[in-house]
Design a protein around this ligand. Structure first.
Ligand code: DGJ
Length: 759
């Protein structure tokens, strides 16, 4: 009796353990359900679940808070019933809603098949591969009507940042050619809003040249589709490929659910957000379909760029932490120059804002001599150094002729680069390799290299035309020119610019689909970066495009840093940096201290200019020849202070405690949090106070510190040599009561830098 009871207990224990093991608590990574065609993509704080329905459609089952068990969604997925007047497949949360069948919402893939058929019916093909230590999933879908047309969905998890990277590959297994006319990267499906009257708010980034990344919010309304886009061939200033969606009332609240995403594509792009009357929100995004075309011969394939998106229940501050961390992670993974957090982004000097095209060997030597003692680590020569027959004295000539102008630099760059190196700085040079002025030797020799239509006038912008980087001979020519300079002078750093949108985009190879040129041009840009990085593994590459026209995730993952805007006026810059900080890692986003102020009613102090530029990589673009002794001294001290705290700024998370407001223009406050609150840097600004009665600044409540720790608080305002105040305070008091900054009471263009270190 006792024995049989013991056996019963052992058997029960084994069975229960086995069942628990099967259904076991879900770890991070990708898991397939033991009996269903359902995959759980689990990150630190989120789950994303997809399933093949009975009819083969692959649909999203859940995206949001992390689920705990594999059987949390133990339900077979069926196609919604077809009610009269309701189109079921339109409502299905398909991972790749293609054009075809009864689908009438935004689709992400459209193909023209043989015999003029222009519809697809994608169904799970029974193949799924989980790889890379359960971080990657590939799912094969076949067109149910033509099984040789294959679409493989790709998913990759960034577990610690709660982000999923999506793309897909279309493979033409038919024996005839197929044309793609739309190939967006992903459709994302949000859960229904919590209550009937709950609403969602969309955060996007509007802009234009010199006014990049303006944060805009829009309430979603049923039946309305919002589109943000660039059709210009670059990721552009007019909008940036980023979205965030939050529950109303307020995304800034750090406990709100927020879905956010960014496209890794440096060409024309679109993101759409559509809501129906039930509150079902679909987000799609990828390469802009306006003039997209790609031909697949039998056996060929096309892979879309990555659309990365994530979920957080920590509001916009949580999204702002995750997307820049994600970009930084992939940047580190891709670039040898970026592997090490302790290699900081150098403090740079660039004379463009001070002297524009007025360059010469003597003048740049003199500036280098002045810059080095200030603590500058990288000396960059900008536009204006090239052109022999068409010397680049202004922006109407010389572009494309990448030979050093003999009058300005009679012996090339080697003597200047050597001198800069002897002074202990790195040497950088500007290029705009994809462009040409009609008044240049390159254009005179190769007019066929620019984007154009035969016999149709070319449209100039900034007096220049765009080279067709889809052509190998063009890329090879430019690569050799750039590589030649790097080799000859020992150049450490390239600033690569792009100052006009594309037009006349076509391939002049009439056997090819001319529309492919949009994609080939972007891939050509990526190829040049990769080739330069391969030939010169220590080369740093800056992505610039009239300021911030090329600062999408695709550029962030391939380059060392981006130039955020040509607008260096510090109070304007606060708004630009506020928007850009949503997806750009702090260290990649440069700010220069310059003499710029388009409004001469105010004198903006040097301290305010430095504090704004302290928010990421630091640059100096002022005319240091005209600096007084006192200004030079202060500059040296500000740079010294920046170097002391840049590990916090460059490697920490940038949070905005008070976003700049376009309504009152009163204050803005950021906090960079380093190593889980071990240290922090607060930058506080009072840039314009038209209301004297509002006088005193309320204490600013900090975030993400250790409440039990004591912090040493050091505050600087206008004098970099002498802190305004120094004391110790608990993390709890700093977070729950707040930091007082009496020095910012009343007045205009006042600012402070506060360094908090655990005592
Ligand atoms: C636009 C860039 O944003 C500027 O910094 C400068 O490099 C100019 N182009 C030069 O033409």
């Amino acid at each position: 009796m006792a024995l049989s009871r013991a056996i019963f207990f052992v058997v029960t224990w084994i069975t229960t353990t086995l069942i628990r093991g099967c259904l076991g608590k879900l770890d991070v990574g990708i898991h397939k359900h033991h009996s269903l065609d359902t995959w759980f993509l689990v990150t630190e704080k989120s789950s994303y679940v997809i399933s093949a329905a009975a009819n083969g459609y692959v649909v999203n089952m859940h995206w949001g808070k992390r689920l705990t068990h594999l059987d949390d969604l133990n339900a077979t997925v069926t196609e919604p019933p077809i009610w009269s007047q309701v189109i079921s497949v339109t409502e299905a949360r398909e991972e790749v809603p293609a054009f075809g069948g009864l689908r009438y919402r935004e689709n992400i893939l459209k193909a023209e098949l043989p015999k003029g058929i222009r519809e697809l019916n994608l169904q799970y093909a029974g193949n799924a591969t989980i790889s890379d230590h359960s971080r990657k999933l590939d799912l094969d879908l076949r067109d149910g009507n033509r099984t040789e047309f294959l679409v493989t969905l790709h998913y990759e998890l960034d577990i610690e940042n709660d982000i999923i990277r999506r793309s897909y590959t279309v493979y033409n297994g038919l024996d005839k050619r197929v044309n793609l006319s739309k190939a967006s990267s992903a459709a994302w499906h949000l859960p229904y809003a919590l209550g009937w009257d709950e609403q969602r708010e969309l955060t996007t980034l509007a802009g234009e040249w010199s006014q990049e990344a303006m944060v805009e919010t829009t309430r979603l309304a049923p039946g309305v589709k919002h589109t943000v886009e660039s059709t210009r061939g670059m990721s552009d200033h007019v909008s940036h490929p980023y979205f965030a969606l939050s529950q109303v009332p307020n995304a800034v609240n750090p406990s709100t659910d927020v879905y956010f995403g960014a496209l890794a594509w440096t060409g024309s792009w679109e993101i759409t957000v559509h809501t129906d009357t039930k509150g079902y929100v679909r987000v799609t995004g990828g390469i802009h379909h306006q003039d997209f075309g790609w031909t697949l011969e039998p056996g060929e394939s096309f892979t879309t760029p990555i659309f990365a998106a994530g979920y957080t229940d920590e509001g916009l501050p949580g999204a702002r932490k995750r997307m820049p961390r994600h970009a930084r992670k992939y940047q580190k993974r891709n670039l040898a120059t970026q592997k090490d957090d302790d290699v900081f982004h150098p403090v740079l000097y660039n004379s463009w804002e001070a002297v524009t095209f007025d360059l010469s060997f003597e003048k740049q030597m003199a500036l280098a001599d002045k810059a080095a003692p200030l603590g500058i680590e990288l000396f960059v020569v900008d536009d204006g150094w090239f052109g022999i027959d068409s010397p680049r004295d202004n922006d109407t000539l010389g572009l494309g002729d990448w030979d050093t102008n003999p009058k300005k630099f009679p012996n090339g760059f080697k003597p200047l680069a050597d001198h800069v190196h002897e002074l202990g700085m790195k040497f950088g040079l500007w290029f705009e390799g994809e462009m040409v002025n009609p008044n240049s030797d390159l254009y005179r020799e190769h007019p066929e290299w620019v984007f154009h239509y035969d016999g149709i006038p070319e449209y100039l912008s900034r007096t220049q035309l765009v080279l067709n980087f889809g052509l190998k001979e063009v890329r090879d020519h430019i690569f050799e020119k750039v590589a030649g300079h790097i080799e000859e002078a020992g150049i450490d750093y390239i600033k690569w610019d792009f100052n006009r949108p594309m037009q006349g985009v076509t391939m002049h190879d009439y056997d090819r689909n001319p529309q492919e040129a949009w994609v080939l041009a972007v891939e050509g840009y990526y190829e040049i970066i990769a080739r330069l990085k391969e030939r010169f593994p220590n080369l740093w590459f800056e992505s610039c495009s009239s300021g911030g026209g090329r600062m999408d995730l695709g550029a962030l993952e391939r380059t060392d840093q981006v130039w955020t805007s040509d607008n260096t006026r510090p109070d304007a810059r606060l708004f630009i940096q506020y928007g850009a900080s949503l997806w750009i890692p702090p260290r990649m986003k440069y700010g220069w201290v310059t003499d710029s102020s388009s409004d001469n009613r105010f004198e903006i102090p040097l301290s305010f200019r430095f504090h704004v530029s302290f928010m990421g990589g630091l640059g100096l673009g002022s005319n240091i020849n005209e600096f007084s002794k006192e200004q030079l001294e202060k500059t040296t001290h500000w740079i010294t202070l920046y170097k002391k705290i840049r590990h916090v700024i460059q490697n920490g998370d940038l949070d905005w405690l008070v976003p700049p407001s376009r309504v009152s223009e009163l204050i803005a406050v950021t906090e960079s949090i380093y190593n889980e609150g071990e240290e922090a840097v607060v930058l506080a600004f009072r840039h314009n106070s038209p209301f004297p009665a509002t006088g005193d600044l309320s204490p600013i409540r900090l975030r993400s510190l250790d409440q039990d720790a004591t912090y040493r608080v050091t505050i600087w305002q206008e004098d970099p040599t002498e802190p305004e105040d120094e004391y110790e305070m608990s993390g709890a008091l700093l977070m729950y009561r707040g930091l007082e900054l009496p020095g910012l009471n009343n007045g205009m263009f006042k600012s402070a830098v506060v360094w908090l270190q655990q005592a």
